[in-house]
Design a protein around this ligand. Structure first.
Ligand code: NDP
Length: 259
């Protein structure tokens, strides 16, 4: 009975992240910026990493502080294992705890397989796969009951609608395995792990007026690009109270790209 009863107070508490601490990788721009701001609006203190965009990361920090939350930007190249681990430890040292890890930072190389260099394979797999893996490894030492891991994959892990995606799709497909395995491993501790699969989303990585945008738009059921805030809304749901019975899931937020 107690496992299935809906508590009214809990339902009124949806997405209440007050008192929680989140770390968002790649929070200086695009989807990561929107996620960092949304989690802060939902009440969380937020640490965010960046690679090159120090000024943009600082601006996101100022916007979060203006919301009334604590914020900190940490330079951490996802290709550097020590930096990835250090970002987690810095977050805990600064804010005293970690409740939500959002693995968002990612890189893409789109080219025919014959043109992909071994160095590209290493870099993309390090940034898109090894870094989330190591961030999860560092985070699970700190996450407690109610902890959340949300990883940003891609609709291209489900449906590769164009040639040239061999490396990017390989990297993003790996994240489903990580997510499912962590869901099983961390479930007994009351910690969830989920994967969000964005479709074409208007950011620097994939601008809605860029080359190839019209073809991507035409492949969505809704006939338009997504906005970073629309991805952030699903991340916030999974990170908040409303997501507490969702784990091991891959959630498409793609306007019907993969329908
Ligand atoms: P952007 O290029 O707009 O932003 C990328 C963010 O990741 C920036 O904050 C950037 O930091 C950071 N980043 C990039 N490389 C590294 C690195 N080596 N180490 C640390 N941080 C890094 O990308 P999006 O917002 O579009 O993408 C966010 C995530 O969403 C990615 O994982 C991407 O694969 C995924 N995605 C995006 C889609 C889209 O259509 N936009 C579709 C499907 C998935 P800095 O500013 O310092 O460079």
């Amino acid at each position: 009975m107690s496992e299935t009863t809906t508590d009214t107070a809990d339902m009124n508490d949806m997405n209440d992240l007050y008192g929680k601490v989140a770390l968002v990788t790649g929070g200086s721009r695009g989807i990561g910026e929107a996620v960092a701001l949304r989690l802060a609006r939902d009440g969380a203190d937020v640490a965010l990493t960046y690679h090159h965009s120090e000024e943009r990361a600082a601006r996101v920090v100022e916007r979060i502080k203006a919301i009334g939350r604590r914020a900190r930007a940490v330079r951490a190249d996802n290709a550097d294992p020590a930096a990835v681990r250090a970002a987690v430890e810095t977050t805990v040292a600064e804010f005293g705890r970690l409740d939500v890890l959002v693995n968002n930072a990612g890189a893409g190389v789109l080219a025919p397989i014959g043109e992909i260099a071994a160095e590209d394979v290493d870099r993309v797999l390090h940034v898109n796969v090894r870094a989330p893996y190591l961030a999860c490894q560092a985070a699970v030492a700190h996450l407690t009951e109610g902890g959340r891991i949300v990883t940003i994959g891609s609709c291209m892990a489900e449906s590769v609608a164009f040639p040239g995606g061999s490396l990017y799709a390989t990297s993003k497909a790996a994240l489903a395995g990580l997510t499912k395995a962590l869901a099983r491993e961390l479930g007994p501790r009351g910690i969830t792990a989920n994967l969000v699969l964005p479709g074409p989303t208007d950011t620097d990585m994939n601008p809605a007026d860029g080359p190839g945008a019209e073809a991507q738009r035409s492949l969505t059921a809704l006939g338009r690009y997504g906005r970073p805030e629309e991805i952030a809304a699903t991340v916030a749901h999974l990170a908040g109270t409303g997501g507490r019975y969702i784990t091991g899931a891959s959630v498409a937020v793609d306007g019907g790209f993969t329908v």
